[in-house]
Ligand binder design. Structure first.
Ligand code: GLY
Length: 395
């Protein structure tokens, strides 16, 4: 009798969870289907433009870049994820064509973005095709990135710009580039790559975060003492604010470092960053942050869909590592973000939006650059998050 009552009480929850699973499946499949069609249109436009890659779309005009721009690896990476989902050889060919456009960046030593550029393109390509030639590109890129590590500081230098202001600028975004180094360590067995990644992650953990686990954007280190001499923002609202994409990079970066090292310190950091984001009073109902958590939401500030996409991807992964109730909250937020980004408010229509998938991202509001526009990295992390969700559910 007692068991029958328990079953009857549980039934509505069971049906609710089946219905919500079904609706997520529809959302994910529809969005991937759209992303594939839209990205093929983008590829058709760019194929005749030698060496070019998509950047954004503004005032009816498509803006492209050559491989030097930090975002050059994202469109090839998006194509690799779409190939993973469809097994369509046309996508595989497109992905390898656009990936080869980025190859020369393996020699990049003048900034830290070589990780973004080469790992998102060649890293995904290698994962899906085991193409031997890609291994050399990734190893060369990892060596290039390592040249930016200074033992005295214990971190990789992000930017060389503004040397009078920043002696040694490290931005929180740089956590993302460590995945390339962890790959190089696993592939080559050379511990130097892991040591650099761990040292950088530890130094960032100690100096980039406030007591509430929000992150500064830029920390510059004194090259003699190795201590921070400046903590400020570059793309956020103010030095003491929480720039939305910075929080997303931090969440993703420490989740990834936990996956790669299984060091609980990184899991703990990722969990605390997650709590900061999940509990923030200015997080909008739809889970797509304003460009900075500290701007006044009533003043019609632009959103940053790229932050929501990066967070969604990281939340899906983190939900697999942390305990309940946090794991449940992470997954729920990722589902909310994927649903929102898949809605008419953020997802474009076929052939519109310069053939980018998502609208409403913000590159740099203070720099008045790429505000409320499509961006290739929003699309990349959105498609990655959809893929991760699909794989998690084994659909
Ligand atoms: N890494 C540059 C940006 O997030 O805008």
């Amino acid at each position: 009798m007692k068991n029958t009552i328990l079953i009857l009480l549980a039934l509505p929850f069971f049906f609710f969870s089946c219905a919500s699973n079904k609706s997520m499946k529809k959302v994910v499949n529809n969005s991937l289907d759209f992303a594939q069609k839209q990205s093929m249109l983008m590829a058709d436009t760019l194929l005749p433009q030698k060496g070019m890659l998509p950047r954004t779309y503004q005032n009816g005009k498509l803006f492209t870049s050559n491989s030097r721009w930090w975002c050059s690896g994202f469109f090839p990476g998006t194509l690799w994820y779409l190939y993973e989902n469809s097994n369509d050889n046309k996508l595989k060919d497109l992905a390898s064509t656009f990936t080869s456009r980025v190859e020369r960046e393996k020699f990049t030593t003048d900034n830290h973005d070589v990780g973004f550029m080469i790992y998102c393109s060649f890293g995904n390509g290698l994962r899906l095709t085991n193409n031997d030639a890609y291994k050399e590109v990734l190893m060369t890129a990892a060596k290039s990135l390592s040249t930016r590590f200074d033992d005295r500081i214990g971190a990789i230098r992000s930017w060389n710009s503004n040397p009078k202001k920043w002696q040694y600028a490290v931005i929180v975004d740089n956590m993302m580039n460590l995945e390339l180094l962890m790959w190089a360590y696993k592939y080559s067995g050379d511990k130097k790559f892991k040591d650099i990644a761990v040292s950088h992650a530890d130094k960032t953990l100690n100096n980039h975060f406030r007591d509430d686990y929000s992150s500064y954007h830029v920390v510059s280190y004194d090259t003699i003492t190795g201590n921070p001499h400046i903590k400020q923002t570059h793309q956020g609202y103010k030095d003491e604010s929480a720039w939305a994409r910075g929080q997303a990079w931090a969440l993703y970066g420490y989740t990834m470092m936990y996956r790669e090292t299984k060091d609980d310190k990184y899991l703990n950091q990722a969990e605390n960053i997650a709590k900061f984001i999940l509990n923030h009073k200015n997080m909008p109902e739809d889970g797509v942050p304003y460009w900075d958590f500290d701007v006044n939401p009533s003043q019609n500030e632009p959103r940053d869909a790229s932050s929501a996409a990066i967070m969604a991807s990281a939340f899906i992964e983190l939900s697999q590592y942390c305990e309940k109730p946090l794991s449940k909250k992470c997954l729920k937020m990722a589902e909310k973000q994927l649903k929102s980004l898949s809605s008419d408010k953020y997802m474009a229509h076929l052939g519109e939006n310069g053939d980018f998938i998502l609208m409403h991202s913000t590159g740099s509001k203070p720099g008045n650059s790429e505000v409320d526009v499509p961006l290739s990295y929003a699309d990349y992390y959105f498609v990655e998050a959809l893929t991760r969700y699909k794989n998690l559910k084994k659909w």
